[in-house]
Design a protein around this ligand. Structure first.
Ligand code: NAP
Length: 260
């Protein structure tokens, strides 16, 4: 077993996930970077994490497959001997934004499956393992961080299935926080605003948010950076919030504040 704490980050190869892996390495965590399709990006992320000086590896697994979820957890245990932190970060946006009156069942099922069903059952799988590790005194405690979105509470009429999936991630955080506290596992939600990643790099998306920002969209009126989300996760991973569980950390330039 490695001496460092092990963080398992889903979708750790690109965007917010990659930045999170690097920030976790900077606070001394070994990192297992999960990815699905893009091996090159995952290898790049592994090099960046290893350059910080901690053990790092990659593991291909489609988190929407129950077989792959099992393999991911088994890989982590075989390679590192422990899981101290799970970051449920992997997520997708609908390729086509459609009015809620036009959402297709296919898109609804795909988005809810990847963004909500997958982290729900991965958390169930990992939490059982964490409980075993804690009971065996292999690790003293553990944490889980779920990456939600401002869309979890902001209704976007052309993004219904994504909003629903992220609202579900918020409730999932509360459910597991309540259930796992007695085992020494705290669960947190990190709720990003608009962050510059591949997910928001399409011309239409970029133009939309740039025009909103030009009119003063958020109190801190700019795009967020992936590392700003990663640093919030790293602060949690450092163990600075032992008496908090189910808490929401907004990393959104103040978007969540109602103001006049
Ligand atoms: P991104 O740049 O598109 O990266 C997505 C990551 O998820 C990639 O590493 C991708 O791996 C992985 N992934 C996708 N489907 C997967 C699957 N089925 N199994 C395993 N991995 C999978 O996205 P991002 O902007 O960093 O977003 C990360 C998270 O933050 C998502 O949950 C997103 O909803 C949330 N978020 C983003 C923003 C934003 O403005 N960007 C705002 C709020 C919340 P491959 O490349 O290998 O497929």
């Amino acid at each position: 077993m490695i001496p460092q704490k092990l963080a398992l980050v889903t979708g750790g190869s690109r965007g917010i996930g990659r930045a999170t892996c690097i920030e976790l390495a900077r606070v001394g965590h070994a990192v297992l970077i999960n990815y699905n399709e893009n091996l090159g990006a995952a290898e790049e992320a592994r090099e960046l994490v290893a350059a910080v000086g901690v053990p790092a590896d990659i593991c291909q697994a489609d988190i929407s497959s129950s077989t792959d979820r099992d393999l991911l957890v088994e890989f982590a245990l075989e390679k590192f001997g422990r899981i101290d932190l799970l970051v449920n970060n992997a997520g997708v946006a609908p390729p086509v934004r459609q009015d809620v009156l036009l959402t297709t069942e296919e898109s609804y099922d795909r988005i809810l499956n990847i963004n909500l069903r997958s982290p729900y059952f991965l958390t169930q799988r990992v939490a059982r393992t964490m409980i075993e590790l804690i009971e065996a005194k292999t690790i003293p405690s553990a944490s889980i961080v779920n990456i939600s979105s401002l869309r979890s509470y902001t209704a976007a009429r052309n993004y219904g299935e994504y909003c629903l999936s992220k609202a579900g991630v918020s409730m999932m955080t509360k459910l597991y926080a309540v259930r796992l506290a007695e085992h020494g596992i705290n669960v947190y939600e990190v709720c990003p605003g608009i962050i510059e990643t591949d997910m928001t790099s399409g011309d239409a998306t970029r133009e939309y948010y740039n025009s909103r920002l030009a009119k003063g969209m958020t109190p801190i009126n700019r795009w967020g950076k992936p590392e700003e989300v990663g640093r919030a996760v790293a602060a949690i991973a450092r163990g600075d919030f032992p008496f908090s569980t189910g808490a929401v950390f907004d990393v959104d330039g103040g978007w969540h504040l109602r103001h006049l």
